[in-house]
Design a protein around this ligand. Structure first.
Ligand SMILES: [Zn+2]
Length: 128
């Protein structure tokens, strides 16, 4: 499936939570946009699964044809997170912060990049 974003994208958050690790094999990298600005095509291939350990009762969307991890959305949220690796370049995005750093895998050494870190993603409403 393909999708198009018709509104502004938030910069990328690197999520080190357990579910991102399991879903993508490592930390997750997500931009975000307003759900109404996300237009999908060929979305008979779009599948949603519950994210059972999510503190925000989220769901995750992926492409059933190619297996790509695509979306994350908290229950009732107007915003939707988009796997940054699925965006066509150039995105113009930068990494803004690391979140759920307390869940990082023991091999996952956080870079000394000077970016904000939040163990629970509670610090900035722009990043919700
Ligand atoms: Zn995560």
């Amino acid at each position: 499936m393909r999708y198009e974003v018709r509104g502004p994208l938030r910069d990328v958050l690197i999520c080190h939570c357990v579910e991102c690790r399991r879903w993508g094999g490592h930390s997750g990298a997500f931009a975000a946009t307003s759900a109404e600005d996300l237009v999908t095509a060929g979305d008979q291939a779009l599948r949603w699964i519950e994210s059972p350990e999510s503190t925000r009762k989220a769901r995750r969307g992926f492409c059933a044809e190619c297996g790509s991890s695509l979306f994350w959305q908290a229950a009732g949220a107007q915003r939707i997170s988009i796997a940054a690796g699925s965006l066509d370049p150039p995105t113009g995005l930068r990494v803004a912060a690391h979140i759920y750093t307390h869940d990082a895998g023991d091999w996952d050494e956080l870079p000394d990049d000077g970016l904000p870190r939040d163990p629970g993603a509670s610090f900035d409403p722009r990043w919700s």
